[in-house]
Write a protein that binds this ligand. Structure first.
Ligand code: TPP
Ligand code: MG
Length: 652
């Protein structure tokens, strides 16, 4: 190993060790083990410009093994990113430091995505690589021609999501995707042989990947492998045999270096073993300058690229046009022109038909349920292996990867991904949905078959607790539109919501129109609003969402015959309603003492509205296998039962 290489990689190692020691928590093993690979990648191959972390054509570096966050922070600091200073490294894992325990996405910082839940970064990287190909097709390869490098460990590769994402990447022939596998064969419980005996070469080759095996501490082997992937024809994994905690006499090669500070005594020994004579956090000028030089190369790289980009810049906005409002307005007009019952999934398809034509940033898809989720229209073109002229991805039966990939598509360059599956399978998507919310990404989850209303497929397919669970995720809007008009308005809100992902919870069964008049106002933008009132003076408020709004209307009309007067509030989005002014909320919730809610799902999230005087009608057990109208009867979600119980409530 050359002296210069040793110095550069040891700078990463010691910044990591020292920061973790100071924080008294963190994961030194991975940064110590992967410092050699990362150094050669950043020094010779990675195309990046610390002065403009948002450079469109930069290579993306994704640290899927997020626990090794100090590797990333060290690299960002050493190469001269303003986002990570030495003082923020000294505040590793402390409140408000950019150097958080696990990398947390911040735009324009060099931290490309939030990682930590193992395997997620791999799926994000696949999304980046797909986005790169799509954008290259649109803007030309002089403007877009970058790679995506994902650093993943044993843990990432054990996770199910990695199998889904890597398999799709191989199928699509994402040749610009490179995975650096930190093959140290150690995880938390000890050697990975405790739990894995996969043949990685065969695994990757069966996915359609190239597999290169190297000694991850051999400068030349690392360089040659990275050089080779520059001309790859397939996605490639470089399996780097490394020693976790490299340089630590007593802890290297052992799980004990994975996730705890090495300790003062051991650190002294590492300094000795690696011949590092400097104090904690001290990087001597010659080494720091060497690193800064590596970062500075980016200025020229970007300037050269800019020569082409500048000429095309004005065109790019046209190429990436994104125009929804006109189409949505005319959809609203259509909804009042032809009043008819439609399933909200079907309305969603009509909307997609209308907006896909005039839009180049929307990337659709479904996890093998295109025909059921109604996510694909006649205007869509399919993205195929090595052919990225399309705008629709058949994700296959890979819900989790689909959602992780959508995060990558959105993070890459503001594509607007939407993807479908059954609402019940949000359980298979949740870790990635949670990360969309945490990273404030505009992603639209088209989740159909949203209740017992799906019928005969039975309790395994009927969501019950999913809506409550999703509503409890911060910064996620859960929309459950009641009819065609509301579905259009909810799609509009999802498309306009720049920092909050959306779930569109849509029905399989037909819904009668609730809103029959055109209004310019997007009524769903209040989260909850009045759709019916049976008298000026009322003593009951009936709240409902989605398919149950019609049930609420019928109940309200029946009660009126018995002189119990009420208003019906449609609640397409609780999260948005909760953000309204106190006056507005008072108007909706404060008018009557008695309130009831109806939703064919867990009643949990309605209790806050109906209060102790109220009643919640819903389902707090598993569903049933039968035609859907029978199931509604079985769970007593009927006009008769609800009006009777409500009458009793008010009369007693
Ligand atoms: C989904 C998920 N499960 C569990 C964890 C907790 N965890 C963090 S690191 C780790 C072991 C990772 O092993 P490896 O990727 O080999 O990392 P190394 O020990 O080599 O640094 C585990 C289980 C996690 N972060 N994410
Ligand atoms: Mg490991």
């Amino acid at each position: 190993m050359s002296k210069q290489h040793k110095n550069l990689s040891n700078a990463i190692r010691f910044l990591s060790i020292d920061a973790i020691e100071k924080a008294n928590s963190g994961h030194p093993g991975m940064p110590m083990g992967m410092a050699d690979v990362a150094t050669i990648l950043f020094k010779h191959f990675l195309k990046f410009n610390p002065k403009n972390p948002s450079w469109l054509n930069r290579d993306r570096f994704v640290l899927s093994a997020g626990h090794g966050s100090m590797l990333l922070y060290s690299l960002l600091y050493l190469t001269g990113y303003k986002s990570v200073s030495l003082s923020s490294i000294k505040k590793f894992r402390q409140l408000n430091s950019i150097c958080a325990g696990h990398p947390e996405y911040h735009p324009n910082t060099g931290i490309e995505t939030t990682t930590g839940p193992l395997g997620q970064g791999i799926s994000n990287a696949v999304g980046f690589a797909i986005a790169e190909e799509i954008l290259k097709k649109k803007l030309g390869k002089k403007i877009i021609n970058h790679k995506t490098y994902a650093l993943a460990g044993d843990g990432c590769l054990m996770e199910g999501i990695s199998h889904e994402a890597l398999s799709l990447a191989g199928h699509l022939k994402l040749k610009n995707l490179v995975m650096l596998f930190d093959n140290n064969a150690i995880s938390i419980d000890g050697p990975t042989s405790l739990a894995v005996s996969d043949n990685y070469k065969k695994r990757f080759e069966s996915y359609g990947w190239d597999y290169i095996f190297i000694n991850g501490h051999n400068e030349k082997e690392i360089f040659e492998a990275l050089k080779k992937v520059q001309k790859a024809k397939k996605p490639t994994v470089i399996s780097c045999k490394t020693k976790i905690g490299y340089g630590s006499p007593n802890k290297s090669g052992k799980a004990s270096s994975h996730g705890s500070p090495l300790g003062v005594d051991e650190i002294k020994l590492v300094r000795k073993q690696l011949n590092w004579k400097y104090k904690p956090f001290e990087i001597p000028n010659n080494i720091l300058n060497e690193w800064k030089k590596i970062g500075n190369k980016g200025t020229k790289l970007e300037a050269n690229w800019n020569k082409f980009y500048r000429r095309k810049k004005n065109n790019i906005n046209k190429i990436l046009k994104n125009n929804f409002s006109k189409a949505l307005k005319s959809e609203k007009k259509n909804a009042v022109k032809e009043i008819k019952s439609l399933a909200s999934r079907k309305t969603s398809e009509l909307i997609l038909n209308a907006i896909t034509k005039d839009n180049n940033t929307l990337i659709g898809g479904s996890a093998d349920l295109a025909g059921s989720n109604n996510t694909k229209t006649k205007y869509h073109k399919i993205i195929k292996p090595a052919d990225f002229a399309g705008n629709y991805i058949h994700y296959g039966v890979r819900e989790h990867a689909m959602c992780g990939i959508m995060n990558g598509l959105a993070l890459h360059s503001k594509f607007i991904p939407y993807g479908g599956t059954f609402l019940i399978f949000t359980d298979y998507c949740k870790p990635s949905i949670r990360l969309s919310a945490l990273m404030k990404q505009k992603i639209i989850y088209v989740m159909t078959h949203d209740s017992i209303g799906l019928g005969e497929d039975g309790p395994t397919h009927q969501p019950v607790e999913q809506l409550s669970g999703l509503r409890s995720i911060p910064n996620l809007n859960v929309f459950r539109p009641a009819d065609r008009m509301e579905t259009i308005e909810c799609w509009q809100l999802a498309l306009e919501s720049s920092k909050t992902p959306s779930i569109l919870s849509l029905t399989r069964q037909k819904l009668n129109p609730v809103r029959k008049k055109y209004s310019d106002t997007n009524k769903c933008s209040f989260g909850a609003y009045e759709v019916l009132r049976t008298n000026n003076k009322i003593n009951l408020t009936i709240m409902a969402s989605g398919s149950e709004v019609n049930l609420a209307i019928e109940t309200s009309l029946k009660l009126a015959k018995d002189k119990i007067y009420s208003k019906v509030i449609s609640v397409p989005c609780q999260e948005i309603f909760d953000l309204q002014s106190k006056i507005y909320k008072q108007k909706i919730l404060g008018e009557t003492k008695f309130k009831v809610s109806i939703e064919a799902a867990s009643t949990d999230c309605w209790k806050k509205y109906v209060g102790i005087e109220g009643l919640t009608f819903g389902i707090d057990e598993f569903g049933k296998s039968a035609p859907y109208k029978e199931i509604y009867k079985h769970f007593r979600l009927t006009v008769e039962n609800i009006s009777q119980k409500t009458k009793n409530l008010i009369k007693n």
